[in-house]
Write a protein of this length. Structure first.
Length: 138
């Protein structure tokens, strides 16, 4: 069995032709499909800390790829069992979004129930934004 060493207790899973880093990510993709929400999986990479040399050793960059992007500006990060550094990395991600004026909203879900709740909220918000944008142009 192939294990994903970057995510605690994660098993690489293929769903709908896409290889996900965990079963929970694959389940989330399935739920998004069932809800009719188009998504992009790990569509881009942000370099939070570039690689550098220290005492002759090269230390690797620290980067982040959002698990899912929906409605063009919503990041959904799926974290079943976060590792010890996740709290620090999350702060760096949020700081990066703020510092670079990214128009992304960041949400973290830890299970399918949280995802379903978030989807309901995002659908309402997306419908409200669609209605207000269409009324602006009338």
């Amino acid at each position: 069995m192939i294990k994903n060493k970057k995510i605690k207790n994660a098993t690489v899973t293929v769903y709908n032709g896409i290889t996900f880093r965990s079963k929970l990510e694959a389940e989330c993709a399935k739920i998004l499909d069932e809800e009719g929400i188009k998504y992009q999986y790990e569509p881009f990479k942000i370099i939070l800390l570039p690689s550098f040399k220290y005492l002759g050793k090269t230390l690797r960059e620290w980067h982040y790829s959002p698990d899912f992007v929906v409605f063009n500006n919503i990041i959904i990060e799926v974290k079943g069992f976060p590792n010890d550094v996740w709290g620090y990395k999350k702060k760096m991600i949020l700081k990066y979004i703020v510092d670079h004026n990214y128009m992304y909203e960041f949400y973290e879900v830890k299970n399918k129930t949280q995802l379903r709740t978030l989807i309901k909220e995002l659908k309402v918000k997306n419908n409200e934004n669609t209605r207000s944008n269409s009324s602006t142009y009338q």
